[in-house]
Design a protein around this ligand. Structure first.
Ligand code: ZN
Length: 453
């Protein structure tokens, strides 16, 4: 890592005594794991080299002085359905990662389903990596899938670098990705425990789900009760305890799940859980159309308070988008028939920030939930925090700027989102990926493997 300005083999030395660096971004509000600090973040070779006093920045080829504008680490969204290849008309790597970059997200982890083929073995992982290569504006990692019959593929997927494997306990919505039954879940957890991996689960108990009794949102909501989530979460907890596996519950929507998760944590069971912006910021009472449909469903406003408390407590460790788009024609007005999936990748940060601030939380909390937590889950120790040695993924964020979401102006492929028309606080001004501002004309995202750089 030589300086750009070597003289007779000697590296130039800045007045502060350090090596001259590529970039310094300084702000009086740098959001670090220890809180907000006035700092100068020194970047060299794409990495955060040092955190220096705001008033004594090292010499650099370029200085970005944000003044009072906060600097956040790039967010990590470990739950994104990119859908390419195979359903690229729903979403693709170029559009999803452009939306991510514009929304302050510098790392996404792609879900194994809704693409064709689904990511169920190393060959299909390679197909997906090939589809992503050269198209990504942010860094991209991959989850594999656990379905009936692919138990022998889980270890090879792990060794090929997926962040973990995902399973469903109820029908997934696409026939090529069937759910695991009780014995299948136990076998998958035992297998994953054998190689020190991670299993993430969509937890709804199919025995407690029903066909909606009509086309309205209330019918749909009643067909997927809190009890279905709670029972499935309890099953994952029990089998994780039995097998010793590390497990994670994706997109918790029901407050009823929090008690069992709290007890599991206290008992030392290796189970974590996440929630999503829509469960925290939207409510069943506000639903106006099928853009709001997802599984598990957005529940009543009273349910939200418990989710926020669980985040503050650490029982929920992260907030991730579960961005799961489709073409608009699949979002039919009948809630029983509409595609279940919410598009929100670009607006997750302002949506969460707007609600978090109103509840008295700060940017340090939002960063813990939307960057540090998901980075830890996905096995990316060099992402998600402004810390020397980490990738210089940085976001200049204006917490006070307001805007109205216009779905047509968002970068994701199909103009559908329940946030359309909402007034939100928080604008991403600049996103740096490994020290370079994201340039949509020149995709610079890398494909990530678990743990490795
Ligand atoms: Zn999902």
């Amino acid at each position: 890592m030589g300086s750009l300005h070597d003289h007779a083999g000697e590296e130039e030395v800045s007045p502060g005594g350090g090596r001259r660096c590529d970039l310094v971004v300084r702000s009086r509000r740098v959001v670090t794991p220890e809180g907000e600090r006035a700092l100068a973040v020194a970047v060299h070779g794409g990495l955060i080299e040092a955190l220096c006093p705001y008033d004594d920045p090292p010499e650099a080829d370029e200085l970005a002085d944000l003044g009072d504008l906060p600097l956040l680490p790039g967010l990590v969204d470990s739950h994104v359905h990119v859908n390419e290849p195979g359903r690229t008309h729903w979403e693709g790597f170029a559009t999803a990662t452009a939306a991510a970059a514009a929304g302050g997200v510098t790392t996404i982890v792609d879900m194994p389903l809704n693409s064709l083929p689904p990511t169920l073995d190393v060959a299909s992982l390679e197909v997906k990596r090939k589809a992503a290569e050269g198209r990504c504006h942010v860094d991209v990692g991959f989850w594999g899938g656990a379905v009936p019959g692919n138990l022998p593929d889980l270890r090879p997927l792990h060794e090929a670098g997926v962040m973990g494997v995902k399973c469903f306990l109820s029908p997934s919505g696409v026939e090529e990705f069937p759910e695991l039954d009780h014995d299948g879940l136990r076998a998958a957890l035992a297998e994953v425990a054998g190689f020190g991996g991670l299993l993430i689960a969509h937890a709804e108990d199919p025995a407690l789900l029903s066909e909606p009794g009509g086309p309205a949102y209330d019918d749909f909501l009643r067909s997927r009760p809190q009890e279905a989530e709670r029972r499935a979460v309890e099953r994952v907890i029990a089998l994780a305890a039995e097998t010793g596996a590390r497990a994670h519950i994706v997109h918790v929507s029901a407050a009823a799940c929090l008690g069992p998760l709290r007890e599991a944590r206290a008992a030392g069971v290796r189970v974590s859980a996440e929630t999503c912006p829509h469960y925290l910021t939207l409510a069943a009472e506000q639903v106006t159309g099928p853009a709001y449909k997802c599984c598990p469903p957005i529940r009543e406003a009273a349910n939200r308070d418990a989710l926020w408390e669980a985040l503050a407590e650490g029982v929920l460790m992260g907030i991730v988008s579960d961005h799961s788009p489709s073409t608009p024609d699949l979002k039919v007005p009948d809630f029983a028939e509409a595609w279940g999936g919410i598009s929100s990748l670009q607006v997750g940060l302002p949506a969460v920030w707007t609600a978090a601030r109103a509840r008295g939380y700060g940017l340090t909390d939002v960063v813990r939930w939307m960057a540090e937590g998901p980075a830890r889950l996905a096995g990316l120790p060099y992402k998600g925090a402004i810390r020397p040695g980490n990738d210089a993924d940085l976001v200049a964020f204006d917490p006070d700027a307001e805007f109205t979401v216009d779905v047509a102006a968002l970068h994701h492929r199909n103009p559908v989102s329940p946030y359309h028309g909402r007034r939100l606080s928080g604008l991403v001004r600049t996103t740096w990926l490994r020290g370079a501002p994201v340039d949509l004309a020149a995709p610079a995202g890398r494909l990530l493997t678990r743990g490795a750089r």
